[in-house]
Design a protein around this ligand. Structure first.
Ligand code: SAH
Length: 232
C-alpha cells in the first residue's frame, strides 16, 4: 500500500489507462481519423501483449521486442495500416505474422473474423492464450507459412501482412476477393533487407482484371521468412 491507500497494482493500472488515453489522442493528432479504429485501439489492452519490463512502455508509440527475436509493431503503424485496410464489420480478414497477437486483436474489434498465421509456434501459442484470456473469440490462429496465405479459408475481404516481403506477394493477392484490399510492407530495392532495410507500405486493391497499387509510408518491419520456424 502507498500513502494514498491504493495498492501499487491499481496505481500501475491507472497509469497505463492514462497512458492509453494519451496515446489515442496522439494518434488522432497524427492523422488517424477513423473513430472505429481509435476505439478499437482503446479497447485492446496492449500491456497484455508484451512481457516483463516492457509492460510499463505498453503505450509508448514505438515497436517493442517480443519472443523469438520478433517485435510488436508501433501503435501508430498498427492504427495507420488498420485505417488503410478499411475494414467492415461483416468482413473476413487474413493477417500474416501474428507475432504478439496485438494487430489481430485490434482487427477483431472491427470485423466478423480474423484468420492469423505465424511461423513460430511459441508466438502463436502465447497469442492464442491472450485471445482466450481477453475473450476475443472471433480470431482463428494457426502455425504456418503465411506467404502461402490460407487457401482453405480464401477468398478474403482484406489481407494485412505485418512482415516485410521482398516484393508484392501475388500468392496472397490471389486470395483476395474482387474489390478486396491488401496492405503489405515491401522491400524498396526488391532485395530482402533481412536487417530491416528500407521498406515501403503498399496498398493493393484487387479488380476484376488486375489490381491497383498505391505506395503509402516508409516503414520498418522484420522480414517475411519462408517456411515454418524450427524451434528447439
Ligand atoms: N502483427 C504482430 C507483429 C508481428 S512481427 C503483432 O501485432 O505483434 C512479424 C511476425 O511475422 C513475426 O512474428 C514473424 O515470426 C512473422 N512471420 C515472418 N514471416 C512469416 C511467414 N512466412 N509466415 C508467418 N509468419 C511470419
Amino acid at each position: 500500500m502507498t500513502a494514498g491507500g491504493k495498492s501499487e497494482g491499481s496505481e500501475a493500472a491507472e497509469e497505463l489507462e492514462a497512458d492509453k488515453i494519451r496515446l489515442v489522442m496522439a494518434l488522432r493528432r497524427q492523422g488517424i481519423r477513423d473513430g472505429r479504429v481509435l476505439s478499437a485501439i482503446e479497447r485492446v489492452p496492449r500491456e497484455a501483449f508484451v512481457t516483463g519490463s516492457f509492460v510499463e512502455q505498453a503505450y509508448d508509440d514505438h515497436a517493442l521486442p517480443i519472443e523469438c527475436g520478433q517485435t510488436i509493431s508501433q501503435p501508430y503503424v498498427v492504427a495507420y495500416m488498420t485505417e488503410k485496410l478499411e475494414v467492415g464489420e461483416r468482413m473476413k480478414v487474413l493477417e500474416v505474422g501474428t507475432g504478439s497477437g496485438y494487430q489481430a486483436a485490434v482487427l477483431a474489434q472491427l470485423c466478423r473474423r480474423v484468420y492469423t498465421i505465424e511461423r513460430y509456434r511459441t508466438l502463436l501459442n502465447d497469442a492464442v492464450k491472450r485471445f482466450e484470456i481477453l475473450g476475443f473469440h472471433n480470431i482463428t490462429a494457426q502455425v504456418g507459412d503465411g506467404g502461402k496465405g490460407w487457401p482453405e479459408q480464401a477468398p478474403f475481404d482484406r489481407i494485412i501482412v505485418t512482415a516485410a516481403a521482398p516484393e508484392i506477394p501475388l500468392e496472397l493477392a490471389n486470395q483476395l476477393k474482387v474489390g478486396g484490399i491488401m496492405v503489405v510492407p515491401v522491400d524498396v530495392d526488391g532485395e530482402q533487407g533481412g536487417q530491416m532495410g528500407g521498406q515501403k507500405l503498399v496498398r493493393l486493391t484487387r479488380h476484376e482484371d488486375g489490381a491497383n497499387v498505391e505506395e503509402l509510408l516508409p516503414v520498418r518491419f522484420v522480414p517475411l521468412v519462408e517456411g515454418v520456424a524450427r524451434e528447439s
